[in-house]
Design a binder for this molecule. Structure first.
Ligand code: DC
Length: 215
């Protein structure tokens, strides 16, 4: 039986960072589902499709091939790792991810990607929709202020000029939208192990999770 480690949590909770480290240390394939929604958001922008044109976005997703190779995200063979992290994409990704038919396509893709591999998959609906029977389920959290600060620092290191207020507003809007979706909304379930990372270092979070998944 393959091992599935599922992690959900709001933007900036540290899911991506810890999942990448755990993937390396525990020999798991890392699947970043947020990057997949971002890839479709990016493709919509490239094709001048408005977020209200749901059918066109769904069509676009049907014709999209998303791959993760060596820590990079590819859309139809093109490396789009940097492009999907821009504020332009970040602003529209949450409403795009509310499109129910798009979610069906990406959830199928995510299950297919996992196949028979041992995976660590992170997102918003992994513990609830994609793999409700995952081997280990985690919900990673942190306060809004802490999450905004983390993103602000990350962006600054990458040379992106976005103010802390702008990031906080974006995260807060995404939190609301991600928690109030018709399908696949971010929900903390009772059977997921809850970790509040507000006052923890990345290493401390990794250690906590490692102790659980390595038994
Ligand atoms: O994790 P992230 O910030 O890269 O995710 C980008 C957006 O995609 C986020 O606002 C919500 C959406 N998303 C989702 O709806 N379901 C997932 N499994 C992962 C992300």
């Amino acid at each position: 039986m393959s091992k599935i480690v599922a992690i959900d949590g709001p933007a900036g909770s540290g899911k991506g960072t810890v999942a990448k480290i755990l993937a390396q240390e525990c020999n798991l394939t890392y699947i970043d589902t947020g990057a997949m929604y971002r890839a479709i958001a990016y493709a919509s922008l490239q094709n001048n499709i408005d977020i209200s044109e749901e059918e066109k976005i769904v069509e676009l997703a049907k014709n999209s091939k998303i791959d993760f190779i060596d820590g990079k995200t590819y859309l139809n063979g093109k490396d789009i790792s940097k492009e999907i992290r821009t504020m332009e994409v970040t602003r529209i990704v949450s409403p795009i991810s509310s499109i129910v038919k798009l979610r069906e396509i990406l959830v199928d893709m995510q299950r297919e990607m996992a196949g028979n591999l041992d995976v660590i998959m992170e997102g918003r609906d992994i513990t609830t929709v994609v793999f409700p029977n995952a081997t280990y389920k985690f919900y990673l959290d942190a306060t809004l202020d802490e999450r905004a600060n983390r993103r602000y620092k990350e962006n600054k290191e990458k040379g992106m000029e976005v103010t802390l207020d702008e990031i906080k507003e974006n995260i807060s809007k995404r939190d609301y939208n991600d928690m109030h979706k018709e399908v696949g909304s971010l929900t903390r379930t009772e059977d997921a192990i809850y970790i509040d990372s507000t006052n923890l270092t990345i290493d401390e979070v990794v250690e906590k999770m490692k102790n659980i998944i390595e038994v």
